[in-house]
Design a protein around this ligand. Structure first.
Ligand code: CAA
Length: 262
């Protein structure tokens, strides 16, 4: 199996569970081939469709989150083939369809397509041994799964250009300073930290989680006025949920909320 799939319980009354996906091609540093990306996409969609799941964690091994798209798989491709078969597009776009939050828990190398998969998640928690980069330039190509678009949005033009043009790696401290990752933790604590974040989300209203993700993503697609309007509409819409009554009622009654995700 190129990925391992599991579910874990959240904390809190009536908490949902969360999905845990481990990229698992250790001998190739989790190089991303078609089989792995098919399995990853299928697992993400299955969790997204499962009413008992609130969010998803994607992780790799200590040594590598993923060292990129599989170079051995790509080397023989010519243009007509790459174009017709949708090389690293067909099964790489699946992650964008997922409406529940996805945390990337990154240790070791997150290079090329590995960095792009991490950036396709909603936020990145990095171990202190994490290394990020877009080294495609060294292979005579460019990033092909969003690196030239998502990296500048995350870290700004100068650092994105620096990384993609020189192919150098950036460590976890630099990645956090630049805004690519939300927090850096000791390697030994990485999974516990991701667990804690996922468990917290499992205790919240699934409707509110999904609406939050949809609105934040809107910030990258729409002009500010449209984004603000989109947010206001969803904000108003959530007042039709029983979770809004429960969340605010529980606060006022000084007790823990009991969300039913409705
Ligand atoms: N594709 C295929 N195999 C890979 C791979 C990749 N991206 N990355 C590592 N491997 C394989 C190696 O070939 C090696 O296999 P063998 O044991 O059979 O020789 C095994 O994983 C271990 O790798 P190394 O011996 O190289 O390990 P290292 O610790 O010496 O170096 C590394 C680690 C610096 C990450 C190095 O493996 C490396 O530079 N990997 C390639 C990184 C890269 O260029 N990624 C971008 C790929 S292109 C892309 O992703 C396009 C896109 O935008 C989607």
């Amino acid at each position: 199996e190129t990925i391992l799939v599991d579910t874990r319980p959240g904390t809190g009354e009536n908490a949902l569970r969360y999905g845990w996906i481990t990229l698992n091609r250790p001998k190739a540093l989790n190089a991303l081939n078609d089989t792995l990306m098919d399995e990853l996409g299928a697992a993400l969609l299955a969790f997204d469709a499962d009413d008992g799941i609130a969010c998803i964690v994607v992780t790799g091994s200590e040594k590598a989150f993923a060292a990129g798209a599989d170079i051995a798989m790509m080397q023989p491709f010519d243009f007509p083939n790459a174009y017709r078969k949708g090389l690293i597009s067909r099964n790489w776009d699946t992650i964008r369809q997922v409406r529940k939050p996805i945390i990337a828990a990154v240790s070791g190398f997150a290079l090329g397509g590995g960095c792009e998969v991490a950036m396709g998640c909603d936020f990145i928690i990095a171990a202190d041994n994490a290394k990020f980069g877009q080294p495609e330039i060294k292979l005579g190509i460019i990033p092909g799964a969003g690196g030239t678009q998502r990296l500048p949005r995350a870290v700004g033009k100068s650092k994105a250009m620096d990384l993609a043009l020189t192919g150098r790696m950036m460590d976890a401290v630099e990645a956090e300073r630049a805004g690519l990752v939300s927090r850096v933790v000791p390697l030994a604590d990485l999974h516990a930290e991701a667990d804690k974040a996922a468990q917290a989300m499992c205790g919240y209203s699934l409707l509110a989680l999904m609406a939050t993700k949809e609105c934040v993503n809107r910030a990258y697609e729409a002009p500010l006025t449209e984004g603000l309007l989109f947010e206001r509409r969803l904000f108003h819409a959530l007042f039709s949920s029983s979770d809004q009554k429960e969340g605010m009622g529980a606060f006022l009654e000084k007790r823990a909320p009991h969300f039913t995700h409705r």
